[in-house]
Design a protein around this ligand. Structure first.
Ligand code: NAD
Ligand code: TDX
Length: 352
C-alpha cells in the first residue's frame, strides 16, 4: 500500500494529522512529509519516535506562504497532498475570526495554487495518479433539528466563523477541480475524539478538569448533540479515500454515534470515578454555563456512501473508545501537563 509514494500531510502535528501520520507510517509504505506551522495547537510530542523514522520528514511551514510551499513541492515531488492544516476551535473563531480566514481560506487557496503548479509540471502518468485530499467537517452543513442526517448532497449552511471558513475552503477545492482539473477530493467528518486531543476541546477538557476536581462547564442545557468518531477510524477512512476515492467526489465520514453533550460529560464522570476514584462523585462537578453564541443544536452524518463505495467501517464503538481515551489521558499526564504549562488560553470568559 502506497509503496514508493510521497504524501504531504499538512497539519501533521495536530490531533487528526498526527493520527494520520502514525497510521500512514505503520500501515503503508508511503514517505510522509509533515508540513506544519506549529501553532498553539501543534504538538510534536504527538508523534513519539516518529522523527527518526526513515520515511518521515518534518517541515515547519505555513500553508499560506507560497514560496516556502513551492520549495517543498520542488524538493519532495509529492504524489498526494492531504490537507489537515487549519484553525479548528469554534470558540476561538468566535473571539478572533481573522486567523481562521487566513489559514482556512487563504491558506487552502495558497496550497491549491502551489499544488496546481506542481501537478501541471508532472508527466502525464504522474499527473493521472496525483491526488489532493481536503479534510473538512460536518459543521459546513449547519445545524439539524431533532431528526434527519447530513448526506453529501445536503446544502451548505455554516453558522460559525470556523464553519464558514471551512465551507469556503471546500468550495475553493471544488472549484480548482472544476476549473483547472486538479484531481481533488473532499471529506467531511463528524466530531473526532481519542488520544492526543488538544485540551481545549470538550472531551479532553472535561477529563482534565474532572481529574483535578474542577467544575465541568457544560454550555447551555447540555442538550446539543454531536456525532462522535474515534480518531484512528478517521485516519483509516482518509487513507481509504486517498487510495480508492473517486476524483471530484466528496465523502461524509461518521460512525452513527450521536450523543448529547450532557451524556458525554456524565459518562466521562463515571469513567473517571472508576479509573481514578476521588470523592465526591464527579457528576456533582457539572456546571451549566452561558451557551456558545450560534451554538449548532445537532450534527449527524450519513456515512452510507463511504461504507458502500469504499467498504469503510469504524472499528471502535463509543463506549470502548471513550474508556480508552479516558484511560489514555490518565496515563499520559505529561503530554497534556506540558500543554497546560505552556499556558494555552481558553477563550471562553470565565472558563479558566
Ligand atoms: P488541530 O487544531 O488539532 O491541528 C491543526 C494543525 O494545523 C496544528 O498542528 C497546527 O499547527 C496546524 N496549522 C494551523 N495553521 C497552519 C498553517 N497556516 N500552516 C500550517 N499548519 C497549520 O486540528 P484537528 O482537530 O487535528 O483538525 C484537523 C483538520 O480536520 C482540520 O481541517 C479540521 O477542520 C478537520 N476536522 C476536525 C474534526 C475534529 O473533530 N477535530 C472533525 C472534522 C474535521
Ligand atoms: O467546555 C466546553 N463545554 C461544552 O459544553 C466545550 C469546550 C464544549 N462544549 C460543547 C460545545 C459543543 O456542542 O461541546 C460540544 C463539542 O465542542 P468542541 O469540542 O468545541 O467541538 P465542536 O464545536 O463540536 O467542533 C469540533 O468538531 C467538529 C471540532 O473542534 C471541529 O474542528 C470539527 O470540525
Amino acid at each position: 500500500r502506497f509503496d514508493g509514494i510521497t504524501i504531504f500531510v499538512t497539519g501533521g502535528a495536530g490531533f487528526i494529522g498526527s493520527a494520520v501520520i502514525r497510521h500512514l507510517l505503520a500501515d503503508t509504505g508511503a514517505r510522509v512529509v509533515n508540513i506544519d506551522k506549529l501553532t498553539y495547537a501543534a504538538n510534536l510530542d504527538s508523534l513519539p519516535g516518529v522523527s527518526s523514522h526513515p520515511r518521515y520528514v518534518f517541515a515547519q511551514q505555513c500553508i499560506g506562504e507560497g514560496a516556502g510551499l513551492r520549495a517543498l513541492f520542488e524538493t519532495y515531488q509529492p504524489d498526494a497532498v492531504m490537507n489537515l492544516a487549519a484553525e479548528s476551535h469554534v470558540d476561538r473563531s468566535i473571539d478572533g475570526p481573522a486567523e481562521f480566514i487566513q489559514t482556512n481560506v487563504v491558506g487552502t487557496f495558497t496550497l491549491l495554487q502551489e499544488a496546481l503548479r506542481h501537478w501541471r509540471a508532472l508527466t502525464p502518468a504522474s499527473r493521472a495518479r496525483f491526488r489532493f485530499l481536503h479534510v473538512s467537517t460536518d459543521e459546513v452543513f449547519g445545524s439539524l433539528g431533532t431528526s434527519g442526517s447530513f448526506s453529501e448532497d445536503t446544502a451548505y449552511a455554516p453558522n460559525s466563523p470556523y464553519s464558514a471558513s471551512k465551507a469556503s475552503s471546500d468550495h475553493l477545492v471544488r472549484a480548482w477541480r472544476e476549473t483547472y482539473d486538479l484531481p481533488t477530493m473532499v471529506t467531511n467528518c463528524s466530531n473526532n475524539y481519542g488520544p492526543y486531543h488538544f485540551p481545549e476541546k470538550l472531551i479532553p477538557h472535561m477529563i482534565i478538569r474532572g481529574l483535578a476536581g474542577e467544575p465541568l462547564p457544560v454550555y447551555g442545557d447540555g442538550g446539543n448533540v454531536r456525532d462522535w468518531l474515534y480518531v484512528a477510524d478517521h485516519a483509516e477512512a482518509l487513507t481509504l479515500v486517498l487510495e480508492h476515492g473517486k476524483v471530484g467526489e466528496t465523502y461524509n465520514i461518521g460512525a452513527r454515534c450521536e450523543r448529547t453533550n450532557l451524556d458525554v460529560v456524565g459518562r466521562i464522570c463515571d469513567l473517571l470515578d472508576e479509573i481514578s476514584p476521588g470523592a465526591p462523585e464527579r457528576r456533582g462537578l457539572i456546571n451549566f454555563v452561558a451557551d456558545r453564541p450560534g451554538h449548532d443544536l445537532r450534527y449527524a452524518m450519513d456515512p452510507g456512501k463511504i461504507e458502500r463505495e469504499l467498504g469503510w467501517r469504524p472499528r471502535e464503538d463509543f463506549e470502548s473508545g471513550l474508556a480508552k481515551t479516558v484511560r489514555w489521558f490518565c496515563n499520559n499526564r505529561t503530554w497534556w501537563q506540558n500543554i497546560l504549562d505552556r499556558g494555552y488560553r481558553s477563550t471562553r470568559i470565565g472558563l479558566g
